[in-house]
Design a protein around this ligand. Structure first.
Ligand code: NAI
Ligand SMILES: O=C(O)C1=N[C@H](C(=O)O)C[C@H](O)C1
Length: 247
């Protein structure tokens, strides 16, 4: 069987460069193109699979370009709101058989953290999500935090839970953070960090903390390579690598 040809968009970035090295180190994959801002994407090297790690504003156009060239697309870039996903799903009707995976986080521990948080959500009156990242990150809250809060909110609604208790009436500077689907969601930016998240659940007399830490971007690579290898079996738009992992 021939190797899967892979092109990377955002190849000069922190994630893109790490993905290029991981693809080059895999015996069953061939790196056929590296593209970054300002590059002509051309035919994307004839890639079977395009991996996209750029910025939220550029990601949808890059995905559509890759689909038009006949590639499946593994997307790590954040900022894919439900409206963006719906527009992509409509577009994908024009590319039968093609697959797009949008994964807010490829680290196995982060995927499990979201799954555990979803399971815990129905059992606690209070919950807050705190994400902590390196200060070069351009978006807040992180894609992982936004998805975690959305999953928790959906689970709370399904369980019939009311809004989280919060007596705050005076908060002129937004000290209580953002609300994602009603869930308080906080972003910390600190030199020295990579990517970290805590989900705090509170009930009468107890607290459950679920925490994940990414210390090095290599932690995302097994997930990215799994996505590249399995995307051919997943036509259509999939949000979250958990759907490729049987979770
Ligand atoms: N899903 C996941 O597991 C992870 C997702 N991310 C996300 O990946 C994205 C990239 O993160 P980093 O690599 O840390 O950022 P970065 O800033 O280091 O890299 C982004 C790269 O994209 C390039 N770029 C910008 N616009 C472009 C365009 N139109 N075409 C081609 N290249 C373009 C930039 O020049 C830069 O080299 C962010 O959205 C981040 O949140 C980051 C880590 C893990
Ligand atoms: O920008 C980052 O670094 C990361 N971005 C993703 C996100 O926004 O959730 C994944 C991880 O947190 C690292």
């Amino acid at each position: 069987m021939s190797n899967t040809r892979v092109a990377v968009i955002g190849a000069a970035g922190r994630m893109g460069a790490t993905v290029c090295a991981a693809v080059e180190g895999a015996d069953d994959l061939e790196l056929v193109g590296r593209y970054d801002a300002g590059d002509d994407l051309g035919d994307l090297g004839g890639a079977d699979v395009v991996v996209e790690f750029t910025v939220p504003a550029s990601s949808p156009a890059n995905v559509r370009r890759a689909l038009a060239l006949g590639a499946d697309v593994v997307v790590g870039t954040t900022g894919w709101s439900s409206e963006r996903v719906a527009a992509l799903e409509a577009d994908l009707a024009g590319f039968p058989g093609r697959g797009v995976l949008i994964a807010p986080n490829f680290a196995i521990g982060a995927i499990l953290m979201m799954e555990f948080a979803r399971k815990a959500a129905a059992f606690y009156e209070s919950v807050e999500v705190i994400e902590l990242h390196h200060p070069n990150k351009v978006d807040a809250p992180s894609g992982t935090a936004a998805r975690t809060s959305a999953l928790i909110a959906a689970a709370r609604t399904e369980a019939g839970l009311p809004a989280v208790p919060d007596a705050t009436t005076d908060d002129p500077d937004g000290a209580r953070g953002a609300r994602v689907d009603g869930i308080p969601t906080h972003a910390v930016r600190l030199r020295g960090l990579v990517a970290h998240q805590e989900v705090l659940f509170g009930g009468e007399g107890e607290m459950l903390t679920i925490r994940h830490d990414s210390f090095d971007r290599v932690c995302f690579m097994p997930g990215v390579l799994t996505a590249v290898r399995r995307i051919g079996d997943h036509p259509g738009v999939t949000v979250g690598l958990e759907h490729y992992l049987g979770l």
